[in-house]
Design a protein around this ligand. Sequence first.
Ligand code: ACM
Length: 542
Amino acid sequence: MKNTFLYLGFFILLLSFLSCKKELSINTVNIIPIPKLLTQKEGHFEIDQRTKIVYTADKDVERIAGFLERELTNYHLTPEFLTFDKNIKLNNSIYLELNPKLDLTKEAYHLSVTKDGFHATASNPTGLFYAYQTIKQLLPTDYSKDLAFHYLEIKDEPRFKWRGMHLDVCRHFMPKEYIKKYIDYLASLKMNSFHWHLTEDQGWRIEIKAYPKLTEIGAWRKESLIGHALTDKTKKYDGKKHGGFYTQKEIKEIVAYAKDRFINIVPEIEMPGHAQAAIASYPELGCTEEQVEVWNTWGISPYIYNVDDTTFEFLETVLEEVMALFPSKYIHIGGDEAIKNQWKSSKKIQRKIKELGLKNEHELQSYFIKRIEKFVNSKGRSIIGWDEILEGGLAPNATVMSWRGTKGGIAASKAHHYVVMSPSTHCYFDHYQSKDRDREPLAIGGFTDVEKVYSFEPVPKELNKEEAKYILGAQANVWTEYILTPDHVDYMIFPRMIALSEVLWSPVEKRDYADFLKRLIAYKEILDREGIHYAKHVFGEK
Ligand code: ACM
């Protein structure tokens, strides 16, 4: 009898313990960019201390599994880490399966959550990397929350091949560690192209072994303009030397870091304009024989490369070193905003125009770009340039980056040239992001808020189906005249870049701004957790 009471007491205690156990909180599904197909199902799976990571034996997949393992340590988990073999039971596991036989495009993946756990499949490690990014977004933002997940099925792949962000490190230098962070931002939003703007009037930022003065002289300016170059009547300067550059060793490290995250870096070496820092380093490259300084104000400098054979030798040597560092198929050669006044007033250049049988300076620019293209093509690479390269005749194999609206991109794709859209109306993240400029730091101008970015359609309606195939995708540009620090870059790109990622990845019929905003509010918790500075206007906050 005594025992019966004891058992009963124990049973009651057990029951009350079980009923006290708090309700499991199942993480809500908020994925940006929204997957192509997502079905939520009845039931849930819980990650616990015994959940193991299983992956196909492959060095890229192993690295991705390692990223996941590190992510799980934030939740105080130390999962067992196993390569797949037939004897492994795939219950309570996160399985990253590489299967080249699957009929999936390179960046596509499937992901399911079932009673056995997570199962990601892809035909290429790139797809598994994106599956990992999705899993990361399924994890609760709060590291102390339950690791419980709805059963679901995702079939996902990107709409566009080129999903990019640009960064100008010339107007203001950004340290190596920040470049890596920027690459992480891209990766977390399934973007794959980082356009690194490395040379400018105001600073040359890449070590070139054959021309050391480019960084000894060209990477440094005496001081910088304070205030707005156009609207502030009196010019004031800060009196502070500014500059910096990346050594080739550092560049190799960054290229490898990006490659590990399936991001291609497109380096930009500007020509024939935006060349004052190079001309300050080697005056013989210019048209006036003046010894100029690296520019200390904002705008477009009139200093432009001359067209001597020795200048082409210089540019080809630079490009040769650049191509040795960057495996990118595309090498950006700038081509924008080349003020032609110095070409117009130089007798030597005018003689050259006649000699070459050209009509004017636009045709000379076209000659310049075509000559460079020939060199780049001879090394098995392709050029991409801003839409001014259309003027005077487009180089035969050039890809066009359309920034002055979409006109240039439309013309190029109608002529069967590849195009990356980056119109300043929707893709310039140096613009203001609210109409109330008093609530924002000084910016170059414009107005591009999150909703406008989200409304951007990279394929203009003027194109037929065949022509539309030439639109590789799009990117946003971040020019840093008025952006002095990494923290400020963060403020300019977030949350606009989050909107752009969905424009570039998700099917157009999935685009729904109201739904995006709900998911963006959830994403904001990640920005807060990571201590990332962002613009708060879209959240109705100051
Ligand atoms: C540009 O904004 N000058 C390409």
